[in-house]
Design a protein around this ligand. Structure first.
Ligand SMILES: [Zn+2]
Length: 191
């Protein structure tokens, strides 16, 4: 066994779900938080965290991967879709969910001034602020500041099959092609 591996195993602590639940809610003081986030992760950390999040959701579909505090990739009827904590569904996880969100664009000085102090605000001649909201609950899910006209950023397209098979050692029942399908959403806009 390598030295690195021995050290990692020696310092691995298995934290109970109650502690991880408080970690998610930001309730731990720094002295308790630091060893958890800087130490080697216990083997079942992903399972425990997913279980905690699953228990909190008002719906039953299995969470495959949390994308943020409000967004989750879930398994539904053999498909893998993005779902909001409120239950709103955005579609296949390989399509950029932002394309199916409500989008508010701040592309004028007037609009940018509403949220930024004068000397710190981005110049609306060169860039725009895009806010993405859930059509189901109105929660602001993401914000991006980009040059005007820049394509909507696809923040995260995980290779779920590789993650479950190679990292967790728990292959998913069916496989899906790992590819970006966002173009098919845009194609529908033109029909
Ligand atoms: Zn929602």
């Amino acid at each position: 066994m390598s030295e690195e591996r021995r050290i990692s195993e020696a310092t691995t602590v298995s934290y109970p779900k109650e502690v991880l639940s408080r970690l998610i809610d930001g309730e731990l003081v720094w002295d308790s938080l630091k060893p958890i986030i800087s130490g080697a992760k216990d083997g079942d950390r992903f399972d425990k965290v997913t279980e905690i999040l699953q228990e909190r959701m008002p719906w039953q579909e299995r969470i495959l991967l949390p994308l943020s505090y409000d967004l989750y990739i879930v398994e539904k009827d053999g498909e893998r879709i993005v779902k909001c904590a409120c239950g709103h569904e955005f579609g296949d996880y390989r399509e950029n969910w932002k394309l199916n969100a409500l989008i508010h664009v701040r592309d004028s000085d007037e609009a940018v001034k509403e949220i930024y102090p004068v000397i710190l605000r981005p110049d609306s001649q060169y860039c725009e602020i895009r806010e993405f909201y859930c059509p189901g609950c109105g929660t602001q899910l993401e914000v991006e500041t980009v040059p005007a006209g820049y394509p909507i950023i696809f923040d995260f397209l995980p290779d779920l099959d590789a993650f479950y098979e190679e990292w967790l050692g728990q292959p998913l029942a069916t496989k899906k092609e790992f590819t970006d399908l966002s173009d098919r959403v845009i194609e529908k806009w033109g029909t």
